[in-house]
Each structure stands twice: as structure tokens, then as C-alpha cells.
Ligand binder design. Sequence first.
Ligand SMILES: C=C(O[C@@H]1C=C(C(=O)O)C=C[C@H]1O)C(=O)O
Ligand SMILES: NC(=O)CC[C@H](N)C(=O)O
Length: 743
Amino acid sequence: MGASKVLLVDSYDSFTHNLAALIVEAIPSSEVYIIHNDQLSSSEVIESLQYFSAVVVGPGPGSPEISSDVGIVKDLWHLPQSSLLPIFGVCLGLQSLAVENGANLKRLEVVKHGQLSRIQHDGDGLFEGIVDAEVVRYHSLHVQAAGSAPKLQELAWADDGAENGGRVVMALKHRFRPFWAVQYHPESVRTDGSGLQILQNFWSLARRWSSDHARVEVDWSEGATALVGQPWPHHSPCRTQASQQRSVVTTTTIHAPHLTAPQICEISGVHNSPTDFVLLESRAQPGRYSIIACLQPTSLKVSHHVGDDFVLLRRSKHSAFERLGSDIWTWLAAFSRAKYAVGGLPNIPFWGGFIGYFSYEIGVHSLGCKIRHQGGHKHPDASLVFVERSIVVDTMTGDVHIQSIIPNDAGWVAATALTLRTAANIADAEVSTAKCDRVHASSFMLPDKAAYINKVNLAKEHLYAGESYELCVTARTRVAVPKSYPGSSCASSWDLYSTVRSVNPAPYGAYVRIHPTTLVSSSPERFLSCSRPPYQKFQLRPIKGTVRKGCDMTRERAENILNSPKEIAENLMIVDLIRHDLYGVLGKDVKVTKFCGIEEYQTVWQLVSVIEGSPHFAQGDQTCDNQLGWEVLKRSLPPGIMTGAPKKRSVEILQNLEDDARNLYSGVVGYHCVSGAADWSVVIRSCFKYDPHPDDPDGYDKDEWVLGAGGAITALSDAEAEWDEMEVKLQSVLRAFKLESLA
Ligand SMILES: C=C(O[C@@H]1C=C(C(=O)O)C=C[C@H]1O)C(=O)O
Ligand SMILES: NC(=O)CC[C@H](N)C(=O)O
């Protein structure tokens, strides 16, 4: 017997792949095909139904009464008898079933986003074996079928008490057609075992209905693939020729526990501002390794603007444009594949490879959203250097590894090891000389409080209307700093980095000077990492939930605040979104290994979760493996913590709410090693600047540093408290600057 095929109709939600994973778990040997609700015409969808055993209609933003929000979903409930098949609806799916059958649609008084409820049911077959279910809800709208939709039967309810005037419908079935639906999210990680059970029960009911009606699916054909594509999960490995010659990494290790990464940077020429320089620094747990790129004039720099169909390649004074086959990600995957290297030390995460950043807008583009703020096109949205020589400091053991992937480069490795050994002897005797004075600024342009509060309130309106479950609203601050020239007393960008790392020590510090961009980052947050293949493990570490430290804020008080339903809900929504992102490429094996742990940082306490996954498909030969990290990155950007959920609609709303492009802020910075390992942090608690345009008269005496800060807004957010939270995050870097007195 072939696999049971299920068609999953996605309304651009960020939990769809979680539902796909649950379907595959619930239905033995099933295959799930996912289509967007506007991908095919109604008649095409109806034509495709003959190949499927059942349809699942997923959740989504918006309203079942708005045609563009539900697309062809609304037509599924009016299928001609000849095309009828079992359908299961989730959330927006239930609401559409209800509305199309005449039920009343209302707004909840108190919306439920990421909230847990116990449900009561009437013992109908859909709930067989489920006694006491605790389920996660993500909805602003709800339906009432009793009295208005005689063809529908209510099956389950949540008692919201005074909040929403008593019972809220949680499940429905059609009395005459094989349609069942739930208002809650069986696929959420916090829904109990009843989530799996409800899908299994649906499948039993569906089988029974199909057998009673002698319904048999038509054998799969190429025509079906042409309509609905490949089954989930869909992953597209790079097909370019792998290089026959593999580079071999040359490494020498010295033990130098007192030699810090910044000292090594200073020895390696960081003060020479016109050159490029890159440091990724771990200054706090859970970071461990610091990576210093030893760039040469011939090091390859790759940059790309969102929307362009080419990359700019620069080496020494030469530059060339190269056309992208399909997009920047496939270009990077192909390049990485050709540069596959072996023989580095197994414990060191980075042997050589790309280091750099991707802007927020590049992620927005990958999502298929139109970019509203054109600021993004003036500056590179991706800027990377290909690092062949590097120094990696293991902050735990004090070992310093000097490595090169250039053939016959043992001479450089040995000479650098000697230089560092000598420096280490001096460092043993001295304390670090790195400056950490606050940087003089000539002006600050801070976000306007009233405007920010207005945006928070507008965001809440979108949440009440069911457009989004959570929105990460952010604002920019601009700081003008007198320009530093050789010999001047003004602070350089490296001085600024030294100050930022001392006022806000962070696990994912970064100093990335790839002209025309300079980034100074002290991010607490890993976005995505993956270990070296084979047996790759991917990890995301979202932080959601922030409490400011201070003398009145004990750990116990912070824990009480962070363990509140509001903060947990904020984090849960992102955990579910990230599971969806990872499931999208990896398929089955995605796990939440930590849920809402409390972690302490320099100025804040944060709620942190960890989601991990491994590819369940064969990864092919080793050289091919080193590019899967690019695909996972592409399909996970922009970071969900910086958008909210569902991602696409939230990004669209945020682009309208915010006044300018986010650029590097909300993007990612990190590396992709030639071995296939990678680690990217979220660009927050950071600032960046661009070299002035030659026509900009102000650019010669001032640098403009841009800082972003914001926070997740939920329906439970208090606008004043959100402003305070944004300020706390902003201050983590803003306090590295000091406003010059005008006297
Ligand atoms: C938006 C920022 O931070 C993000 C938002 C958080 C929150 O809403 O609690 C916490 C950490 C980050 O994911 C920022 O620092 O600007
Ligand atoms: N999760 C969902 O499908 C939500 C449906 C609808 N947008 C609501 O908020 O009620």
C-alpha cells in the first residue's frame, strides 16, 4: 500500500510545518503536501483532491471573512459531492468552516495568544480517549455556531469566565459532511498529548468515512506533482560540482591564557582603520570561542544588495560583478562547496570560511515580502569576507589556535605563533591596555516616546484584529561622533568596540569592519548554529522576556515576572515559530531542549529557550554537507524574535509601523566554516555605521552610529512598560557614548 497523502493548506502561518510534523506522526506512513491558500485556483485544488486521503486546513493571520486571508479555503467547505473528502481545520481553518456555514464571528474581549486553556468536550468521536486536555490558543476571533449554523455541531469549549463572557467554542464538526475543526493549536509544543490524539482521531474518522463512502484515491501521477509539488520537507541541495581538491587546514596551538582576543587584534593591525578587520568575540557564557580573521589585501570580499541579481566580489584593488544563479544563498552554497576543507582540529568550531553579516531586509526579501524602506539599497545587505587565515581563542582553556586553509602556509602559521608567544609573555606580565572610556558624541537622536507608544498601541490593534499574535516593534537611535583620524584624540570604531565590550560583556560580541560597513555588537543572542557534518545538529536560542536588573530587582522578583503567563506566552510563540522554521528544512527531528530558562546578563534577566534539530534525510557525500547551513539560514531569516508571528504578516505590519529600514539591526552576524559548521547571532545590543558617501559634506568630520532597540508586543503589553524595556535594551550600548558638553 502506498503512503496516505494529506494536502495541507497553509494560510501563510508560522506554525504550518509543526502541523505537518504532527500529521506525519499521527498518520502512519503519510506524506504531507503543503500549498499556500492562493497558490492554485479553486478548480485546480479541486482537481488535485482526487489524489489525497484528507485535507488539513492550517491556521493563519487575518479573518475568515476576508477573502485574501483565506484564499481557496472558503471554497473547500462547499465542495461538490463528487470531490468530497475528509477535512480537518485548525484555528483560522475552524473559523472559515464556521463562517461559511453561517456562524457568527466575533472578536474576543481578551485575546488568547500563546495561552494555555483546559477544554471541556461532549465526548464526540473526535475527542475519543481524551479526558482532560490542556491546549495552546492563538486567536483573537472566535465563532458561535449554536443558533446560527444548524449544520454545525459544537464539540468542545474553553471556559474563559468573565474575560470572554463564559464558554468559547474550541471544536466543531459538520453534521452531514466529513469536516472537523479545532480552534486551538494541537501542534503547539505546549499542547499536551491530546494534540497528537486529536489528529489520530481525525484520521480514524476520515478512514471510516472514506470506507463508508467507498472513496478511493487516484494513483499519484506527474500531473499531481505539477499541481502541488514535492512532499514536505522540501530541501534543495546545491548541485554544483564539488571541488576535487580539498584544502587541508594547518594549525598550531599555543597555550596563552592571559592573551585576550582584543590584544591579538591589536597585534594583528586592528588600528589600521582603512583596512578590513573582523573579530567575533565570546565575552560571556554560553559563548566560548573568539575568532579573529587575519585578512590580507587579497582576501575575497563578497557583498550583495537585496533585489540585485549579482554579487560584488572584491580583492585588493580589483572588483568584479558575478551573476547569481538563483539567489545569494545558492551562490554562497556553491562557493562553500568548492572550498570544502578537512583536517582542522575537531573541537574548534571555525577553521576558515565566510564571516560577515546579513541585514534584516535580506530576510524580508527571502520571505517574499516587498521591501518598503529603500534605505536598504544604499548599503550592502550582505557583506562577507572569505577568511583563509585565522586565530581562534578558546576562552575556557586559554589555548590559542593559529590556522590557515591556504596550501603551503605553514610559514605564516609558525611566524604568527611565534609573535603571539612573545606577546603572551608580555601579556602575562601586564594587564590589558585596551581603552574603555566612553566615546564622546556630538549629538543623540533618540526615539520619540509618544511616537513609540503610539506604535505599540497600533501594534496592539493589529493583534486584537487577529492580524498577528506578537509583533516586535523597534526604533532607531542615531549618535553622531566626531571622526577619528590618525593622530586625533577622537575615538575610533575599535575604541568604541572596546568600550561596548566592557560595559556590556556578551557571549556574541562582534567587531566587523568590512568597508563601507562597521558593526560593533554585544549581542546576548545566538540565532542559529550548526555543528560540523556529518550528523549535523542545528540549534536556535531565542530570547524573549526581559527584566531590567537593578537594586530593587532581586533574582526572585525577576523570576516571578518572567514566569508570568505574559512572558511565557511571548517566548512560546517564538519557540513554535522556530520549530516551524527548522521543520521546514529538516523534517522530523526537531526538539525543544530548554523551555523558558532564566539567564542572567550584564544589565538584564532574560527568558531563553533552545530548539534543536537534525536533518533526517541522507546528507549525501561530505562535500555536499557543508552547505546545508546556508539553506537553513535562508529559510529562517529574518529572525522570528525580531518580527513576531506569523512572520510574513508581522513583517508587513512592522514595515508600515516603523519609519525606516532596520539594515543590520535585526539581521545576523557570524560565520560559515568551510567544514559546514556555522554560528550566527542576532544583531541586537549593537550599533553600526557606514563610511560616508563621497558627496556627503557632513561625512568628513562626523560618523553616524545607528542603534536599534525594541521588544515583543503582545495583546497583554503595557505601552509604558514597553517603552521602558526598549530603553533598557538601548542603554546597554548607548551608555558606551557620552554626550559632549557644549561649553
Ligand atoms: C528587540 C530586541 O531584543 C529582542 C527582544 C526581546 C524581548 O522582547 O524580550 C528579547 C531579546 C531579543 O530577542 C532588542 O534588543 O532590541
Ligand atoms: N491562529 C489562527 O489561525 C488565528 C486565526 C485568526 N487570525 C484569529 O486571530 O483569531
